[in-house]
Write a protein that binds this ligand. Structure first.
Ligand SMILES: [Zn+2]
Length: 459
């Protein structure tokens, strides 16, 4: 009896020491890993190349194709065993020439406004469109006005991002409805075009683009975004009740689909090579800027995960993949292809992490899985706390890795500080200079750390 108690105590004792020892090993390993990432120029230099040497990388553009070739080299240099491409078809939308918007008042005044076409929108053509403009704040208001009022007019959606949301992504999700569906909803009521207040969370003179979707049952009408400052200005001008019309000119167009690629860098696992852990970001970016935060940061951080783990002589138990997805911004073809091939090849996907929320200071991870799985991952928070990650909680993952949930993967997203993301998101301001090297590296480190912990302890 006593012997059994002693044995039992021995088991508890050794279990305690094993886990304490395991934690100590983990924290020592993470310390080494962080030293490597924080001292390495690799991620920042890769980002600089994507932003400054290549520039905007919208699907189907020559720059997107160049980014495919360049990032292949980056993955090889990072130490991936195998680097390969997944061919896919992408939409090829082009912005065309100079875009123009002008409020023309009956008193002869013409007031220029800062706009840009929304992605995938049809253009007005060279002649432009001139029509009376009607302002609405909500979709309910649009419906209330109905076809009798809307027909033949340009609808100005002036609903702004709600500043009361502390997580700006929540405001984006809510107010994004105007950009995503405004053109389709207004066309149903006979509108000739729409102007959407930019999804920016601070006052700005720059319009922010982003994709819009049409409804095949109704006409495709031109859709543009207006800067938040000029949205306020237009709203004030309309309040003056001076008879006026809005002139819009955009020459954007959808060209035939192009062939493009996801870029995959694989590092084979030593214990469970058949089980895959994916880390990724998207290679394409909007045409107005350099796509530094969105999503050059996610791309170079994903490459950095492989480079840094390799540099610390780590041997992954599972197969690790850094995946650079194509066409996240205006179609999601890369995400669909990655899933399709995973199903076709009967791959087992354990975990997939995405970085597509900017290269800002990491704060946490969100996990798109059952509460019990979130709790299981959240036990790692104390190990990440010294590096600024203070929570692992339930939430969305990302547009590219999200679909892997359907084949059983636990999907996750890096959650950086979100306060300044929508200053630059989809606008000309999303340039390399707005990315802090340290913040970018810290994000990459925390991603590598989570990947390491999932690789070590499984799910
Ligand atoms: Zn993005």
């Amino acid at each position: 009896m006593q012997r059994r108690i002693i044995l039992g105590l021995g088991v508890i004792f050794s279990a305690f020491f094993c886990s304490a020892f395991g934690q100590q090993t983990d924290s020592a390993f993470l310390r080494r890993l962080s030293m490597d990432v924080m001292n390495s120029a690799a991620a920042y230099e890769n980002l600089k190349f994507l932003c400054k040497k290549i520039g905007p990388r919208l699907s189907g553009s020559p720059q997107a194709q160049e980014a495919v070739l360049v990032s292949q080299k980056m993955l090889k240099a990072a130490g991936a065993d195998t680097v390969y491409l997944q061919p896919l078809k992408v939409p090829h939308w082009v912005r065309g020439g100079r875009e123009q918007a002008e409020l023309r008042q009956a008193n002869g005044k013409k007031i220029a406004l800062a706009i840009c076409a929304l992605g995938n929108s049809v253009g007005t053509g060279q002649k432009g469109i001139t029509a009376p403009v009607i302002q609405v704040q909500t979709m309910a208001e649009l419906e209330q006005l109905g076809a009798a009022t809307i027909k033949g007019k340009i609808v100005f959606f002036n609903g702004g991002m709600n500043p009361a949301h502390i997580q700006t992504f929540n405001a984006y999700a809510e107010t994004g409805v105007f950009r995503r569906t405004g053109a389709a909803k207004a066309a149903r009521l006979g509108a000739v075009a729409v102007v959407v207040r930019s999804l920016a969370s601070n006052p700005t003179n720059f319009p922010h683009t982003g994709v819009t979707s049409y409804n095949d049952s109704f006409p495709k009408i031109p859709a543009v975004a207006i800067s938040t400052n000029d949205a306020d200005k237009l709203s004030r001008l309309l309040m003056q009740k001076i008879a006026s019309e809005l002139f819009l000119k955009t020459t954007c167009a959808m060209l035939p689909d192009e062939t493009s690629f996801n870029v995959v860098g694989e590092w084979r696992g030593t214990v469970f090579p058949e089980k895959i852990i994916t880390v990724g970001g998207h290679l394409d970016s909007w045409d107005l800027a350099e796509g530094a935060h969105d999503d050059g940061a996610g791309v170079v951080q994903s490459i950095e995960v492989i480079r840094a783990l390799k540099a610390t002589a780590y041997k992954p138990r599972h197969t690790l993949r850094a995946v650079l997805f194509m066409n996240e911004e205006n179609g999601g073809a890369g995400a669909k292809k990655y899933l399709e091939l995973a199903v076709q090849n009967k791959e087992q996907h354990l975990f997939a992490l995405e970085s597509d929320a900017g290269g800002f200071t990491p704060r946490g991870f969100s996990i798109d899985a059952a509460d019990s799985m979130v709790a299981k991952l959240a036990v790692h928070v104390p190990l990440l706390l010294p590096y600024g990650v203070y929570e692992i909680k339930k939430g969305g993952s990302g547009a590219d890795v999200g679909p892997l949930k359907t084949i059983g993967a636990v999907t996750a997203g890096l959650r950086p500080d979100s306060q300044r993301y929508f200053d630059v998101h989809h606008a000309a301001t999303d340039v390399f200079e707005t990315v802090s090297r340290r913040e970018l590296q810290l994000g990459a480190f925390n991603m590598a750390a989570l990947i390491y912990l999932v690789d070590q302890y499984g799910l």
